[in-house]
Design a protein around this ligand. Structure first.
Ligand code: NAD
Length: 391
């Protein structure tokens, strides 16, 4: 039996005006695009390893005098103190557009600074209630991982003053990147562990978009197609990082995953991953790799039918199995893939202490994505049980 996509009887979603350039070698088109948009004073947000790898120098060479400031110290999970530092530089240099180059962290930093620049230069405070305001300080995203932040109007900031630190998610439609450049050549040296972890992050975007309470036909189509491309390419990218065809197909899968993520709310899985990142300091992709099979099993009773096309795209046979059994097999397939790529499969292997689980569950219970889960979560104990299974 072929799994039919599920179509909700009614839907409502917001999409953003974005120019997406996707091609091997497309970084060379940055200069022409910046010229076309008329941006004169640009800032680059990136991190130390991108600087060391020569990526920051590439942007400096392409943009010349138009690049007026570089902040190359972005830490994972974007710390509030760093946003203040980068914002001060952006204001001092009166930047007109901000480039985030790298993984989800530098792109998130570009969004955080752009959003706050907007607050200092316009009458519109950045908040989720504005749905149609034009971007104030445009963001340009040049992703080099599969995390998907380049397509969304969301970013997280870790509040370092709280004990323990906590990641807070902000949504501001004005900072959805206006220009996105996907150049698979920039991913050729993404290390195997980052390839694997951010690849599973992309897969998780597709799965959660499929069962999202805000899913719609476009997010569903993008998610199903995304799972197929990720399934074709991820392991090849892990074993042969220099395979440009596999890298191109994987980046396409990540783009489709990001597209589905951008307009369908996420659920339990993403909520827990943000808690594990902000509070237990687990890299986002690693948290995704551990939690995804458990979140799928947890949601199988309520959403097996929506996840069936993903199971099919993952190559799981439905013959003679109930929908819930098919999803259990798909979750096992992902658990095995995570192991094949030598990523941690349990929270204990990622440094989480068993005694931390009740607190993490309580924080998770307050998380907005967790509250948006299709199978209602009515008490923190449900999350604690899931975390114990994942531990
Ligand atoms: P990251 O941005 O923290 O990068 C991790 C490491 O990978 C860095 O050291 C970086 O230098 C290195 N790296 C990146 N690209 C490389 C390349 N091509 N070659 C070699 N090294 C490379 O990690 P991430 O997983 O991409 O992003 C995670 C962050 O993004 C988290 O904070 C997460 O919450 C956020 N995120 C946000 C969204 C959103 O929609 N807003 C979506 C996904 C993730």
């Amino acid at each position: 039996m072929r799994a039919a996509p599920d179509f909700p009887p009614e839907f409502n979603y917001v999409s953003y005006a974005q120019e997406v350039i996707f091609a091997p070698g497309s970084l060379a088109r940055l200069s022409a695009a910046v010229e076309r948009f008329g941006w004169q004073r640009l800032m680059l947000c990136t991190n130390r390893s991108m600087r060391v790898r020569g990526c920051a120098a590439l942007i400096e060479a392409i943009l010349g005098d138009r690049l007026v400031v570089v902040f190359d110290q972005v830490q994972p999970h974007i710390q509030d103190v760093q946003v203040v530092e980068a914002l001060a530089l952006a204001v001092e240099k009166a930047v007109e557009a901000i480039i985030g180059m790298g993984g989800g962290s530098p792109i998130g930093m570009a969004k955080a600074v752009a959003s706050r620049m907007g607050e200092t230069t316009s009458d519109h405070p950045g908040n989720a209630a504005i749905t149609a305001a034009p971007p104030v300080i445009p963001v340009i995203a040049i992703p080099t991982t599969y995390a998907g932040s380049e397509m969304t109007a969301v970013y997280g900031i870790t509040q370092t003053g709280e004990a323990p630190a906590r990641k807070v998610i902000f949504s501001d439609p004005r900072i959805a990147p206006q220009l996105v450049i996907y150049d698979p050549e920039l991913t050729l040296d993404l290390p195997p562990n980052m390839t694997a972890a951010t690849g599973i992050n992309a897969l998780a975007h597709c799965i959660e978009a499929l069962y999202s309470v805000r899913r719609h036909p476009v997010s569903t189509a993008a998610a199903i197609s995304g799972v197929g491309h990720i399934n074709n390419a991820l392991l090849r990218c892990y074993t042969h990082g220099d395979d440009i065809e596999a890298r191109t197909e994987m980046l396409l899968g990540a783009h489709l995953a990001g597209l589905s993520l951008a307009s369908a709310t996420m659920g339990l899985h993403h909520g827990l991953c943000h808690v594990l990142g902000g509070t237990a300091n687990i890299p986002h992709g690693i948290a995704n790799s551990i939690i995804l099979p458990h979140a799928m099993r947890f949601n199988a009773d309520a959403t097996a039918y929506q996840m069936l096309p993903a199971a099919e795209a993952l190559g799981v046979s439905a013959n003679g199995l109930s929908p819930a059994e098919v999803i259990a097999a798909a979750a096992q397939r992902i658990f095995d893939l995570v192991g094949q790529m030598n990523l941690p499969q349990r929270l204990r292997d990622a440094g989480v202490k068993e005694s931390d689980l009740p607190h993490l569950a309580r924080l998770g219970f307050q998380n907005r994505s967790v509250q948006n889960n299709p199978r209602p979560i009515t008490e923190a104990a449900q999350l604690e049980r899931l975390l114990r299974e994942a531990w």
